[in-house]
Write a protein of this length. Sequence first.
Length: 367
Amino acid sequence: MTPVHQERRRRLMAAMAEAGCDAVLVYGNAWQCDYLRYVTDFPPVEGEALALFFSDGETRLFVESAADAARARVETPYADIVQCDDLTETVCTEIGRLGNRKVASAPATLMPYGIIRSDAAKDVEDGTSLIDRLLLVKSPIEIEAVRRAAVIADRGYEVFMDACRVGRAEYELIADIETYFREAGCPENFMILGSGGVEVRGMHPPGERRIQAGDLVTTELTPAVDGYYAQVCRTLVVGEPSRAQLDAFDVYIEAVEAGSALLKAGVTAGEIAKAENDVFRKYDLGIYCTSEYTRVRGHGVGLFVDNPPHILEDVDTVLPAGATLIVHPNTYHPEVGYMVLGEATAVTEDGYETFSTLPRKLLSVAA
């Protein structure tokens, strides 16, 4: 068991004791497994998985696939591994055997419907907020994992810039990045990108489009170290940036700096978002802060690429010291196209720590 996982188990057991909770049931799948990973340190790669974690540390891990079961027996020897053809039925039976013990489940948005609606789980409480608090506040050892991932993200972006040449396809750029990350001992990465001009409204998985002179090329790189993700967002121009592109990007720089300037323990996610959006409103670009053009103005990073809190004006989550997140005013600009900027940070009592050393400017590569 790794030191970071030992620390998470201790924190979870303390939180359960405070809540009077005897067991927690957590869910994960191959795409999102932050709750499951927090508890078991096991990310499924095929199908779904659930775990029962008891207040004394006993752990039962239920998986669908034989491959996940075989891997779990090696990677999580402290857990009782159960492979089952019918995950819902098996877990419901297990819950039924717990009798009057107080059980909570998480996350509410992903828990299988068959479990939620079962008679066995009728008294199971929603434990999402209990684990959300643990996911939000990182211990020093967790912050160090995010910091290490950010170093790899920065180096990965340098590889991306070298790879971004006229005539290359988007998928070829991704191939170079993934090769670098794996050689660096980082098998987990989430990445999207966009390339083109004013017609580009966002980012997407890599396609067959080939890079052209004058393109704006945007990307999010989100590698993970020990399961903890760090994200960096940057925009580059293939060739010499135009005056319009430089002027447009100045708005994004100002917005990142306005949002980041407020970062410290006790500030809300909504206040950060408003500071970013107010910059766009100042330049009559407020419409591009709406859901028609953008999703969030930042988000948490940690055991998932997109953890709460989402940085939106109507989100009143108070940021504590130890939260790790990215402030990014990524959106469309009507004169030049889609632009992105941001990097992983940690909230401190009186400010924030930025993990990236990449410059906050519109970058460029030779055409």
